[in-house]
Design a protein around this ligand. Sequence first.
Ligand code: NAD
Ligand code: WQD
Length: 337
Amino acid sequence: MAVLVTGGAGFIGSHTAIQLLEKGYDIIVVDNLVNSSVESLNRVRRITGKDFKFYEADLVNKEEIRKIFIENNIEAVIHFAGLKAVGESVSIPLRYYHNNLLSTLNLCEVMEEFNIKKLVFSSSATVYGNPSSVPISEVFPLSATNPYGRTKLMIEDILRDLYASDNDWSIALLRYFNPIGAHSSGLIGEDPKGIPNNLVPYIAQVAGGKLDYLKVFGNTHPTKDGTGVRDYIHVVDLAGGHIKALEKVSTSKGIEAYNLGTGNGYTVLEVVEAYSKACGREIPYKIVDNRPGDVAACFADTSKAKEELGFSTTLTLQDMCMDSWKWQSNNPNGYEK
Ligand code: NAD
Ligand code: WQD
């Protein structure tokens, strides 16, 4: 089966590409490299010993997508491509709406034209907004607290409308919690541009000596040590969820949302401790004010993904920190030589 992987040079896409190749799928990757490097794909080839086609193209340009569908016998699409920085989406919302919405509209229009109706979409736990309780299940009310989140919510709505109009579609909306970690080879991982926004990439750079200390955003949340609680999921486990979702959309029609998390919540200080253990040194930190918009606790009810996709995770927080550190210490400047 040939699968188009949009955004396949990125963090989650590259890890998923490995598992697709290992499972015997043919893949075609498209990415405009706005937030990634072509080197990640060279490393995917090195890890798997397999080759695949790569198109450096922008999904905002519909003709480029059409060309890919003309030249390949695509049967399903996993759609990772999108801009994802929450803070940036607040300062330049139009860029986020333009990129994320147009890319997806163009992709779906071309899929429809070629009668390809199997789609796995990268949604996010951000679509739950400020959840009233935890664990969060898929039936919780949806809302957005920033433009990035609103693009995910809008795309979910568009895809639900699309399915309602044509029941031949088969769509999985994967709501990721907090993906971290890296491939166990240490060859691919998360390569944020500039100063990282997210906790683990930030800690990784503190551990590597590139940043002085971690700013812990508040210790007065109603959690066990007062710091924020999140459901961190190893990117390799998360990649496995895409294989399960692909199997699901290949064998049944409909549109379903699935939480992909572990179901466990860890505080910021627990992550700091696990990372210190992984890298063998203290992670210096200072408590600072809460980050505006942050929820105290967010973790998944994972039962639907388990029952309907057969998805479960195996890797622990310690594994996530060890693999993150292996990637960081072997590649202090990411994919840059
Ligand atoms: P990433 O930035 O590493 O990967 C996204 C890729 O999409 C990048 O390689 C980028 O160059 C590409 N891209 C962006 N716009 C494009 C366009 N118009 N045309 C072609 N390529 C384009 O991010 P990631 O962490 O791998 O996330 C993948 C997806 O998962 C995104 O849609 C993101 O919103 C979603 N997601 C990520 C997280 C997370 O914490 N990493 C959590 C929930 C959801
Ligand atoms: C985790 C915890 C922070 C950085 C974001 C997006 C979400 C999704 C995943 C895409 C929180 C604390 C963080 C730091 C800190 N992305 N923290 N110091 O906010 O749960 O989710 O990424 O869909 O949409 O919002 O992840 O890693 O930024 O924060 O104390 O320097 O770490 O307050 O409690 P978040 P995060």
